[in-house]
Design a protein around this ligand. Structure first.
Ligand SMILES: Nc1ncnc2c1ncn2[C@@H]1O[C@H](COP(=O)(O)OP(=O)(O)O)[C@@H](O)[C@H]1O
Ligand SMILES: [Mg+2]
Length: 362
């Protein structure tokens, strides 16, 4: 297949994407033709020279991203077009693989652009991506079919004008300690634990820097369990893994900075019932959210009473060779290169399933 890998991106997770994309490149079957399209932090697309691909294949570093390389434009109804020093040319492709995390990558925006350009792409479509990004909406959908979500209150800047009223609401509906996070965020940016009333305002302000809606939940003293789901119409879940953060919660430092920030245990130590239950919930959460391709569905198991809570779903999870998503697939019998081939096939299959749909009166 002729594949374009999109990486970098206008997102707080730009750096993570450079690492995820490097792993994808190294694990792709060598029979594919790979084009690397780096997206700068400002959102410009550049077709990388062959040397970037060659260096990546030989080395172990994150993918390089050269912003002096030819510009790539998305042409609605056509595909991708490259503008270099010697004019422009179409870039014929079979599938696009967005290895982009967070905003403008995992939230449906890029997916919409690729739909307009009539391209097949890996991962969830516009709707599934947007739902996965919006924790409030995802939880509402899951709750509507009886899946076990953490109770929450949504708040905005307007609610901070009467912080006493908000604090009383948290106290009566959730209790302390509470946890605050942006509705559409990622990598734990803007998230914090709130011990009491006095800490509420500053934590809410911090989360409101990342989004104009925030979620307030009870703080769950929980085990953090994650589950890989793969597929379109008949998705399957892999045996879950566990993250054991050495910090108070799985914060940004524990995820990316502190080398001892967390231990990853694959497979998670769970009894058969809990394992089966989590895998079933993961598949229901995935289909209810309209997801396809892949997602990593994350849970808490309350340490006090073993209650299982569905937390969130990530439609483009971390993809480095030590990331949970590919590791859990591998432990479940699907090695990284075979996982990539399946994702590419799922992308093509989804596109094919829609080509005969009519958009005019039938
Ligand atoms: N209600 C909660 N109680 C305790 N910890 C939480 C709660 N919600 C989130 N966390 C912690 O914060 C981390 C990040 O939150 P999460 O909802 O996964 O958002 P994201 O990963 O998209 O930033 C979680 O992995 C967990 O460690
Ligand atoms: Mg998370």
């Amino acid at each position: 297949m002729r594949i374009a890998i999109l990486y970098g991106g206008k997102s707080g997770e730009h750096e993570v994407s450079l690492r995820s994309a490097a792993s994808v490149v190294r694990n792709l079957d060598k029979s594919h033709k790979v084009h690397l399209i780096g997206i700068t932090r400002r959102g410009a697309w550049h077709l990388q020279p062959d040397s970037v691909l060659a260096d990546c294949l030989e080395g172990e570093l994150p993918l390089d991203l050269r912003s002096d390389a030819p510009v790539v434009l998305v042409v609605p109804g056509t595909g991708l077009r490259v503008y270099g020093a010697r004019g422009s040319a179409d870039l014929p492709l079979d599938v696009v693989f967005p290895v982009l995390h967070g905003t403008y990558g995992e939230d449906g925006t890029i997916q919409g652009l690729l739909e307009c350009a009539d391209l097949a792409y890996v991962g969830a479509d516009v709707l599934g991506s947007a739902v996965g990004m919006d924790k409030e909406l995802a939880k509402a959908l899951w709750k509507s079919i009886g899946l076990p979500t953490v109770p929450s209150i949504t708040a905005s800047n307007a609610d901070l004008k009467n912080i006493d009223m908000l604090a009383s609401k948290v106290e009566s509906l959730l209790g302390w300690p509470a946890f605050i996070k942006p509705v559409r965020g990622g990598s734990s940016v803007g998230a914090s634990k709130v011990e009491n009333r006095a800490e509420l305002e500053s934590a809410a302000q911090k989360a409101l820097l990342c989004d104009n809606k925030i979620l307030i939940e009870p703080f769950i003293h929980g085990r953090e369990i994650e589950c890989s789901v793969l597929g379109n119409d008949n998705p399957r879940a892999f045996p879950p893994g566990e993250i054991v953060p050495s910090h108070e919660f799985y914060d940004y430092e524990a995820k990316y900075i502190d080398p001892d920030g967390a231990a990853l245990i694959i497979p998670a130590e769970l009894d058969d019932d809990a394992r089966r239950h989590i895998m079933e919930i993961a598949v229901s959460a995935y289909t209810t959210a309209g997801m396809s391709g892949m997602a990593r569905v994350d849970f808490f198991i309350d340490k006090k009473n073993d209650t299982i809570y569905l937390n969130e779903a990530n439609t483009i999870p971390g993809f480095t060779s030590i990331s949970m998503y590919p590791k859990m697939c591998e432990a479940g019998g699907l090695p990284y290169p075979a996982l990539l081939d399946e994702l590419l096939s799922l992308a093509v299959e989804r596109k094919r399933s829609r080509v005969n749909l009519h958009y005019e009166r039938v």
